[in-house]
Design a protein around this ligand. Sequence first.
Ligand code: G4F
Length: 330
Amino acid sequence: MPRAFITGITGQDGRHLAEFLHGKGYDVYGMVKGQNNPRAQSVIDEMPFVELVPGDLADLPSLVAALELSQPDEVYNLGAISFVALSFNQAELTANLTGLGVLRMLEAIRMIGGTHDNPIRFYQASSSEMFGKVRETPQTESTPFHPRSPYGCAKVFGHDIVVNYRESYGLFACSGILFNHEGPRRGIEFVTRKVTNAVARIKLGLQHELVLGNLDAKRDWGYAGDYVKAMWLMLQQDEPDDYVIATGETHSIEELVERAFAEVEIDNWRDYVRQDPKFFRPAEVDLLIGDPSKAREQLGWKPEVSFPDLVSMMVQNDLQLEAAKAGIEL
Ligand code: G4F
């Protein structure tokens, strides 16, 4: 059985990837940090097949120990401070985990797998946030980076150090430059889930207002379940490389809001939405749209879930969840 080690196992992508790899016959190991981590219990409940291993991206010896224990063929580094807004308040922590954490993981792989002919294959979760104030549209693997947040800066470091370790030590190390990817497992702090959850609650009469920041920003939103497949495909190629993973479509936050309200047959959405400066960022990424041609041609990957279907899936899921919590029959 091939063995996979995943950091960030408690997050949206970690869960999707663990399920996907389990379905492919992998033994799946997931790194969890901290003592009595409350999110670990939900992984145990949802995915009993995952073997949890202690470790922390801020602590190199713990990463070495985790790899020694799991002896993986493939390492997926999804762990990070992943919320862009938070990175402005915790910039140093973000640089340490989201940026230097990648370097530590690569070093741990070299220590365990040897400096030459290292058999461990490595996937890094790079991000479209690296493009920031975009230099060209659509963005490709060769578009220059111009990050707009401490998170984006840390991801650029992570991306560059993967390229450097690949070129310096011949590691099989790949980066997926993933554009925004969402779904029912998305954390409530991210705009898609914040919107779909609020719309469901408004429809059920449990909430009366949705307070947001910038409605003009545009994102290339895909479905997380589609995107984890691309991560795996990258590690099955003959040569390591970097790939943009995106839908090639962009939509504004306003369009997202309008579509989510339409899903529950509310047309006068503006009556429920208020903007608050506290949700605006010190520097914004105005427009993201990726060109996934390379992934399509070389990996045979394409997104399966459209934007309307994604919004519908998330709203319907939140309606079920919120109704069940409130004891409302749908
Ligand atoms: O949903 P968001 O917080 O995602 P963001 O910042 O695009 O980052 C996500 O995607 C990246 C890939 O490009 C990942 F690397 C990253 O880890 C994360 O998954 O915000 C999306 C947009 C922003 O322009 C933000 O200003 O929505 C705007 N927005 C407007 N009102 C809001 C809100 N965002 C949030 N989170 N909450 C609001 O109330």
